[in-house]
Design a protein around this ligand. Sequence first.
Ligand SMILES: [Zn+2]
Length: 156
Amino acid sequence: MRCPGCGVDDDRVVDSRASDEATAIRRRRECLGCGCRFTTYERVEEAPLVVLKGDGTREPFDRTKVAAGVRLAATGRPVDDATIEQLAAAVEEEVRDLGPEVPSEKVGIAVLDGLRRLDAVAALRFASVYKGFDDLADFAQEITELAKKPSGQAER
Ligand SMILES: [Zn+2]
């Protein structure tokens, strides 16, 4: 960290502690060039992730909402809660890579991809309720995709 006093980029940390709200790590540093002390703060980077909906409105990405949708689709299916949480986390990671603003259909597709690997029935249910698939052609295509799955993983 460059010293604000002399500009030397060489220091040692003399003290590290959490800030009052524990939202940051506060570090006291001592410049090895001039000996002055300065403070840095380390925080979690929380870039807002925004979902652009079909009707043009935007809303913050909500992982719990994704999990709730998956849970609903997986009702009565052998998919446990931990797996659902994992799927929601994986979806968040995936859409985060797409940028600060993602179309809702991308979120839906990411969920569907993950769900398809878990349970064909849940995936189909999700596809049927998901807005992006209320077009019959999309839905038919989704059924075709599922039918292509190797036997053994198919619906029982
Ligand atoms: Zn210095």
